[in-house]
Ligand binder design. Structure first.
Ligand code: SF4
Length: 359
């Protein structure tokens, strides 16, 4: 595809998989990445094992990073603007030192991903204030560095995981479900039990969303094989207990709304997904629209999920809502295919409104 070039913004699983497909189809790719490394959030937060197969994250991400070797890369850079020119765009790229340059591209794929909800915004949970309270993103790093210990330097023997922190919660403005945190939390519970077999691990939930084939691999396996306990409860607050323990207070909503006051060595908050400032900046620079939960709006979420509302710009991964890594990779491939059709044949589908006849 001599002369055709596609800009990919973001180098997480979605951006890298789009890059790989485009390079395979002979299209030149320019990657713009705001960090100094490729790999996105899984690399940034040092993800350990991936659910549901419990395989190392690097087994999935590292080959994708390698496959982007043939792309031109602007690291520690952001896209400032995308102006239409001819059939494509002239994009302005600015790097950390303030230097700007321009690239002429035929299409754009925005795949700049999400950020984890910052649990400090749920101040009643004491994250950042009470010792031994962590977020799932902290635990991923601790597991991958093999440093899962309490402030006393010893492995935790009693661990509580609280689901839906910053998701399904109107008090922080996020009424949606983040889709992956149930699965990540159960995976972490099993990893903790693998490393500390005599630990007691309890998961506090509203309900469990290990949809599809994950039900067996995570929900049932964690209970039957690892003896992880599930408690349907509403947790109102955490308190600092003696010897840096954490006391959780709430209600067991399954058993006559019994009051719960239980001490743990470590508490993990299952913090969900938000669009984040990086993707907001990308959406604004590209002139994209937002949907009601703050993510970027596809042209038609059912029929055209990887087309944006602006012609020639495609979307992939968590920029349009919470996604698994597998979903992000699939969307990267779909966006690459759609971008290819666009740059080679000018294909740009429009939403169709079908009149519904009422009987
Ligand atoms: S995936 Fe589970 S923990 Fe995450 S928001 Fe949905 S129900 Fe809550």
């Amino acid at each position: 595809m001599a002369g055709e070039k596609v800009l990919v913004i973001g180098s997480g699983p979605a951006g890298l998989s789009a890059t790989k497909e485009l390079l395979n189809m002979g299209v030149d790719v320019v990657i713009v990445e705001k960090e100094s490394y490729l790999g996105g959030t899984p690399k940034k937060l040092k993800y350990s094992l991936l659910f549901p197969e419990l395989r190392p994250a690097s087994e999935v991400i590292d080959p994708l990073i390698k496959s982007a070797d043939g792309a031109k890369k602007y690291m520690e850079s952001i896209v400032e603007s995308a102006k239409p020119e001819g059939k494509g765009f002239v994009v302005t790229i600015k790097d950390k030192t303030g230097k700007t340059t321009t690239e002429k591209v035929s299409a754009i794929i925005a795949a700049s991903g999400f950020e984890h909800f910052d649990s400090r915004r749920k101040y009643e949970y004491g994250y950042g204030i009470i010792p031994n309270i962590y977020q799932i993103s902290d635990i991923e790093r601790m597991l991958s560095e093999n440093k899962l210990v309490t402030t006393k330097g010893t492995p935790p023997k009693r661990v509580a995981i609280l689901l839906c922190v910053g998701s399904r919660d109107a008090t922080v403005g996020n009424t949606y479900c983040s889709r992956v945190c149930c699965a990540v939390s159960i995976k972490q519970a099993m990893e903790i039990k693998q490393r500390i077999p005599d630990a007691v691990v309890h998961i506090y939930y509203m309900d469990i969303r290990t949809y599809g084939l994950m039900e067996d691999k995570l929900y049932w396996r964690s209970q039957l094989e690892y003896r992880v306990g599930f408690i349907r409860g509403r947790i109102s607050e955490f308190m600092r207990g003696p010897n840096d323990t954490v006391i959780i207070k709430g209600e067991d909503t399954m058993n006559l709304n019994r009051a719960l006051v239980v001490p743990y060595d470590m508490v993990i908050l299952a913090n969900g997904m938000e669009l984040g400032l990086g993707s907001k900046q990308v959406a604004k620079a590209l002139g994209l629209e937002f949907e009601e939960h703050g993510f970027v709006k596809p042209l038609d979420p059912d029929r055209l999920p990887v087309q944006s509302t602006r012609k020639g710009i495609f979307l992939a991964g968590a920029i349009t809502g919470p996604k698994t890594i597998a979903d992000s990779i699939t969307e990267g491939q779909a966006a690459a295919m759609k971008a290819y059709e666009y740059i080679t044949k000018g294909v740009w589908e429009e939403p169709v409104k079908v009149e519904v006849v009422e009987h």
